[in-house]
Design a protein around this ligand. Sequence first.
Ligand code: MG
Ligand code: ZN
Length: 188
Amino acid sequence: MVNMPMDFSAVFLDRDGVINKPIIINDKPYAPKTYNEFKLYPGICKSLKALKNNGFLTIVVTNQPDIGNGITQLYEVQLMHERLMKTNLIDEIYMCSHSQREQCSCRKPGIKMLTDAKKKFNINMSNSWLIGDRWSDVSAARSAGLTPIFVDHGYAETKSKLQTCINAKNLKSAVKKIVASLPIYNQS
Ligand SMILES: [Mg+2]
Ligand SMILES: [Zn+2]
């Protein structure tokens, strides 16, 4: 008998616009700069629980260039992430804190956060998903072999690249689509 290594399915979650409300200025989304501005969408715990009940790892992958740009203090973001980890419904948070001009490989649409998670948790990317609200999320998902779900908030930005993507109006409806796609004996 070959000893088959166990692999896992994951749902990668963008943070701002998926888990918490972005700050909207002129129809464009921005990250909250302080813990006081960090407001979770109602019902996210229920959605995360549904993912856990269906055997998914839940992994947040977030670009926070305001840290690298010196606009946001790292400790404010750490407070936000402590809050998320306290739900006990998130397995890991990966963050790119670099500014855009640092040209790192972790900033989405780069895939280093995704491939790091893949290695750490032994994730089967072809059974895994990424839920995000920007084209950079969709692009990173595709480059990494994940199925993207685009949460469409109607931001003023180009959407041409997103036309063939599964759309959802929020995390709840994205999770419903994921669960509905599972083989019936696997659904819970
Ligand atoms: Mg976002
Ligand atoms: Zn980075």
